[in-house]
Design a protein around this ligand. Sequence first.
Ligand code: ADP
Ligand code: MG
Length: 248
Amino acid sequence: MSKSEIAIRFENLNKKYGEFHALKDINLTVARGEKIVVCGPSGSGKSTMIRCVNHLEAYQSGALTVDGIRMDNSKEAVRKIRDHVGMCFQQFNLFPHLSALDNCTLSPIYTHKVPRAEAEVIAMEYLAKVRMDGHAHKFPNQLSGGQQQRVAIARSLCMKPDIMLFDEPTSALDPESISEVLDVIADLGNEGMTMMCVTHEMGFARKVADRIVFMDAGQIVEVADPESFFTNPRHERSRKFLQQVINH
Ligand code: ADP
Ligand code: MG
């Protein structure tokens, strides 16, 4: 893979929380346009790994490169990288006192200095993309969880990221809302967005992921295409995990 084809590269990355070794020698290269699903038991380091990408967590050793920019933990690198990377969390974190539209225009207006009228046009395009343009003037508490999460995705897209990180985007949702959010994420993937998505939704993983990254105890245990991972996991720990999530 040439340098320009690489979106994210982790090289022997190690992360500790105090004495606790949360990420151990993480090596992973994500190509532009690639859709990675990260799975593994609770506490295995999934969130920590993807949070390193936009410096919500700092790492101690190894290297991380995002869109050709070396994440050296400097302010400059963090600012540049965050400009390329959007993130959605389990909790949508919309501002409760702002409408869906105003949630979407806030950062473009104040961070990117986009004129309000232009920011609103862009926001309406992305709200339409997540099928929420009919609810642009509603406040978060007037929306279902799935609708709020779709607004949160639109809000990220308004910053025109090259890479999207999702950390269990449907874990806080009622079952009926899960598929509406997963469909939106799948659409983004089909349009070529580079994505790393932590999820327990194995149906989604199988359908959408180019590769599955399975983690356990701070390590990447297995990286495989979905077909091999689900039909023929190579590691005992992957097999156990799959049995648990499938029987769940
Ligand atoms: P996952 O997302 O796979 O459930 P996390 O990345 O959240 O796992 O956490 C990995 C490990 O690091 C867990 O054992 C967790 O308790 C620990 N951890 C996470 N965040 C912190 C923190 N801020 N301080 C100390 N330990 C943490
Ligand atoms: Mg997590």
